[in-house]
Design a protein around this ligand. Structure first.
Ligand code: X2W
Length: 309
């Protein structure tokens, strides 16, 4: 078997990324998590790779809102593990299902065009409430595991209206302020972002979280870009099977013509393609289940759906 304590003690981290295990209970969490990943050599190689760049360039992790409801302990464990080995992913979460639940309980039918929520004033109040609640939920769960996490719910995304007549209070991101994220990591806290944006005059706008995560990845150019969703990847709606790889150069045009590629799935694929066109050719995006996060980050074997050029 794997020499679990040995892995922890032999992790080589640069002076910038100290290996800090803060309390016994978290140390056992770290050891437990390492045991489930890959071989010692594999894990060490990836750790070395991840600590060869600045801390803010390790990873962008998008968390679908459903995960906070369905898989919060798993999510918090995975993020705590990264934190405790000195890695600081930039985490951005959504809150789509929670918004829908409240709207439906108020007798309002959620309304989308092409995967983007039509957001009137009343809906916007629900959107803001859900983002703040889910953000706090995630931050609290992390802090319970000894993780220093910083809620960043404003001040990152500048936006104009995407199309005021069509979507109302929905933003098109025009700028990303990296400073709050950098300051958080500098202070040793995991930055936990929502996708709310502001116009220059201070109007708060709703932005799809997949799109906002793509914008974060675009400006930080991280080694890893991971989207966590409750399905553990992109599901082909015709066959019900998980798509393992999407090679955009060969498949993108055909993919967009398929009947099952619509709504949020279409938006996600389009956003990820836009992102990858702006990043080095070797970049890719993985859409996975939260339980596969360590495997995706620390082993050669991927999980879920890999999107590449
Ligand atoms: C999204 C933001 C939340 C989101 C919405 O209102 O549902 C727009 O569509 P998930 O959980 O990642 O889907 N905003 C404009 O994207 O959450």
């Amino acid at each position: 078997g794997v020499q679990r304590p040995a892995i922890v003690s032999s992790i080589k981290v640069s002076s910038k990324t100290p290996l800090t295990i803060r309390c016994y209970s978290t140390r056992s969490t770290v050891i437990q998590l390492l045991n489930n990943i890959g071989s010692k050599r594999e894990v060490e190689q990836y750790l070395k790779y991840f600590t060869s760049v600045s801390q803010q360039q390790f990873a962008v992790i998008k968390v679908g809102g459903a995960i906070i409801t369905q898989q919060l302990p798993e999510l918090a464990s995975c993020l705590a593990f990264l934190y405790h080995v000195g890695l600081y992913p930039i985490v951005l979460h959504g809150t789509g299902p929670q918004i829908n639940e409240i709207l439906e309980s108020e007798g309002i039918e959620p309304d989308y065009i092409d995967g983007i929520r039509i957001t009137d004033e009343r809906t916007m109040a629900v959107v803001r409430k859900c983002f703040l609640e889910q953000n706090l939920k995630l931050v609290t769960a992390l802090e319970k595991m000894g993780v220093h996490a910083r809620p960043i719910t404003a001040g990152v995304f500048q936006a104009d209206y995407l199309d005021k007549d069509k979507y109302q209070l929905v933003g098109n991101i025009t700028g990303v302020n990296k400073a709050p994220i950098e300051a958080s990591i500098q202070a040793g806290a995991l930055p936990i972002l929502t996708s709310l944006a502001e116009t220059p005059s201070g109007q708060i706008l709703n932005v799809n979280a997949d799109v906002a995560a793509g914008e974060i990845a675009r400006v930080f150019e991280p080694l890893k870009i991971v989207y966590l969703n409750e399905k553990g990847g992109i599901i082909n709606g015709n066959t019900g099977e998980k798509v393992s790889v999407i090679n955009l150069d060969e498949e993108y045009e055909d993919l967009l013509k398929q009947s099952w590629v619509k709504y949020g799935t279409k938006l996600k694929i389009k956003e990820i393609r836009d992102l990858l066109m702006h990043l080095p050719r070797s970049s890719s995006v993985a859409i996975i289940d939260v339980n596969d996060l360590q495997k995706e980050l620390f082993t050669d074997s991927g999980a879920g759906t890999l999107i590449r050029r």
